[in-house]
Ligand binder design. Structure first.
Ligand code: FES
Ligand code: FES
Length: 160
């Protein structure tokens, strides 16, 4: 099977990787780099569990080939925490009880992260629309939406 060397910056660290042309980004992140925070649900672009940020945008790692991420800046859920300090999104998901089984949580948070980067002051409808691509069987969506809104407010306050 044909292999290719690629470079990828993941959570601020460059990785020199050898992948096949068929390797999916989710597998490279989880199996080669060991970042298992990104979850696989459907594996076919329907559930959003595998959402990561690539060059600042939310993408589905199960639908991307690793070679498509050559030279890219990738952020996974592991990249949000600063030492022992949780990211405001992680804190808000906890304090707003937006985590139940937790399987969808990394994808939800990464979707929210990309949204807040693009729109630091999203309204409730915008957050709902954003999270609609992330299936959650437990929370009923109200708490994750509240958590993203709360985190966005927190992040705006920090910038001021
Ligand atoms: S695992 Fe990627 S969208 Fe479901
Ligand atoms: S918290 Fe269980 S699927 Fe969302």
């Amino acid at each position: 099977m044909k292999k290719k060397n690629i470079w990828m910056n993941v959570n601020g660290e460059w990785h020199d990787l050898t992948v096949t042309l068929q390797d999916r980004l989710i597998d490279t992140l989880r199996d080669q780099i060991g970042l298992t925070g990104t979850k696989e649900g459907c594996g076919e672009g329907e559930c959003g569990a595998c959402t990561i940020n690539l060059n600042g945008k939310a993408v589905l790692a199960c639908l991307m080939l690793s070679v498509q991420a050559d030279g890219a800046q990738v952020t996974t859920i592991e990249g949000l925490q600063n030492g022992t300090d949780l990211h405001p999104l992680q804190t808000a998901f906890l304090t707003e009880s937006a985590v139940q089984c937790g399987y969808c949580t990394p994808g939800m948070i990464m979707a929210g992260h990309a949204l807040i980067k693009q729109n630091p002051d999203p309204d409730k409808t915008t957050v709902k629309t954003c999270l609609a691509n992330n299936l959650c069987r437990c929370t009923g969506y109200e708490q994750p939406v509240k958590a993203v809104l709360k985190a966005a407010g927190e992040m705006r306050r920090k910038i001021k």
